[in-house]
Design a protein around this ligand. Structure first.
Ligand code: DAH
Length: 347
C-alpha cells in the first residue's frame, strides 16, 4: 500500500509537470485530488486494512494528499503569473512614440478687440445690446435725424435690398433707437436710464481698399438719463481710453458733426506708436482718431421715447478693426475677412 501511494504521488506530479493552461489544471485537479482520485480511493479502502497498518497508511496517504494539494496551488499561481506577464507584454505601450499635436483654436483678432472694449464698458455698468444687421431706412437714417436728401447720407453708401425701405445697416447707430424704445416700453411715462453698448457688423457699398472694407464691425455706446452732461461723455471716454491704451495716454476732443448728436466731437488718443512725436502711423500728427461721439440729439431722444425736456444722453461709435490695426500696426484692413490662417494665427 505504501508503495502504491508513492507511485500515485509520482504519477500525479509527472502529469502536473506537463500542465500548461487553466483547463488542463482543472482536469488534473479532478483526476488527482478529486473525490474519486487514486489517493481518495486509498482513504476509502482503509476499512479493509489491519489495525497496525491503518495509522501508517493513513498518515502516508495524508502526506501524499497534502503534497499534491500544495503542488496544485503552486502550479495555479505559476499559471496566473504567466498570464499576467503575457498580457503585459502583449499590450505594451511605446512611450517613446511621438504624440499627435492638437491645433488650438483662437478668437479672431477683431473679436478679441470687441471683447476687450466690451469688458471695459461692462465694468462701467454698460450692458451689451444686440441689434439687427438688416434695418429699415427709417431706423438707419430718418429716426437718427438724417433728412431724406441730406448730404450726410452720402457719407454712408448703402446696400439696398430688393425690398423697398429695407437696407443693410451702414452703422450700429440705429440700435440706439431700438434700445431706447425697448427700455421706454417698460415704463413709458418715466423711462428708465439706458447704459448700453451695441457691437456688430455693418455694411457699406464701398470700393474695397487697404483702408476701407464693405463689411466691418462697429461698437456703439449710449447713455441716457437725467442730468447727463458733456462732462460725463468726456470723463467716460477718457477713462475708456486709459483702460484700453494705458493709464498715461492723453486724449483730446475735436468738434465734429453727426446728424444724431449735438454737439458732436471726435476723440483722439496720443499716438502710442511714437508717444506723440510724430510717425507714419499717426501721419506725423502725434494723434490717432479713435471714435466719434456727441450729446444725443433731442430729436433722436424723442424718437426713442425719451422726453428731451427731461432726459439727456451721450453716444459714441468706434471701429474695432481700426483700433486693432493701430494696436498691431496692420496696414491692410482686407486681412481681417480674407481668412488667411497665416495672418490669423498671429493673434
Ligand atoms: N455712426 C457713426 C459712423 O458710422 C459713428 C458715430 C459717431 C456713432 C458719433 C455715434 C456718435 O454714436 O455719437 O460713422
Amino acid at each position: 500500500m505504501l508503495e502504491k501511494l508513492e507511485s500515485i504521488q509520482t504519477e500525479a506530479l509527472e502529469a502536473l509537470a506537463s500542465v500548461s493552461d487553466e483547463d488542463s489544471l482543472q482536469a488534473w485537479k479532478v483526476a488527482h485530488i478529486g473525490r474519486s482520485s487514486p489517493v481518495m480511493d486509498v482513504f476509502k479502502s482503509m476499512g479493509s486494512l489491519s489495525k497496525e497498518e491503518r495509522p501508517v497508511v493513513g498518515q502516508q496517504a495524508n502526506q501524499v494528499k497534502q503534497a499534491l494539494e500544495a503542488a496544485f496551488e503552486e502550479k495555479a499561481e505559476m499559471l496566473k503569473q504567466a498570464a499576467i506577464q503575457s498580457s503585459l507584454e502583449g499590450e505594451r505601450l511605446d512611450i517613446t512614440m511621438p504624440g499627435r499635436t492638437q491645433v488650438r483654436g483662437r478668437l479672431h483678432p477683431v473679436t478679441q478687440t470687441i471683447r476687450q472694449i466690451s469688458d471695459i464698458f461692462a465694468e462701467m455698468g454698460f450692458q451689451v445690446y444686440r441689434s439687427r444687421e438688416v434695418e429699415t431706412d427709417e431706423m438707419n437714417f430718418q429716426l437718427l435725424n438724417f433728412p431724406p436728401h441730406h448730404p450726410a447720407r452720402d457719407m454712408q453708401d448703402t446696400f439696398f435690398t430688393t425690398q423697398e425701405g429695407i437696407i443693410m445697416r451702414t452703422h450700429t447707430s440705429p440700435g440706439q433707437v431700438r434700445a431706447m424704445r425697448e427700455y421706454a416700453a417698460e415704463n413709458p411715462k418715466s423711462p428708465p436710464p439706458v447704459r448700453v453698448i451695441l457691437p456688430g457688423m455693418c455694411y457699406r457699398y464701398e470700393q474695397v481698399t487697404a483702408r476701407a472694407e464693405m463689411q466691418f464691425t462697429q461698437i456703439e455706446g449710449l447713455a441716457v438719463g437725467h442730468n447727463i452732461t458733456f462732462g460725463d461723455l468726456k470723463g467716460t471716454l477718457s477713462d475708456f481710453a486709459r483702460r484700453m491704451f494705458g493709464q498715461n495716454v492723453r486724449t483730446r476732443f475735436r468738434a465734429s458733426y453727426f446728424p444724431f448728436t449735438e454737439p458732436s466731437a471726435e476723440m483722439d488718443v496720443e499716438c502710442f506708436v511714437c508717444g506723440g512725436e510724430g510717425c507714419p502711423v499717426c501721419k506725423q500728427t502725434g494723434w490717432l482718431e479713435i471714435l466719434g461721439s456727441g450729446m444725443v440729439h433731442p430729436t433722436v431722444l424723442r424718437n426713442g421715447g425719451y422726453d428731451p425736456e427731461k432726459y439727456t444722453g451721450f453716444a459714441f461709435g468706434m471701429g474695432p478693426e481700426r483700433i486693432t490695426m493701430l494696436k498691431y500696426r496692420i496696414e491692410d484692413i482686407r486681412n481681417f475677412w480674407r481668412n488667411d490662417m497665416r495672418f490669423l494665427e498671429q493673434f
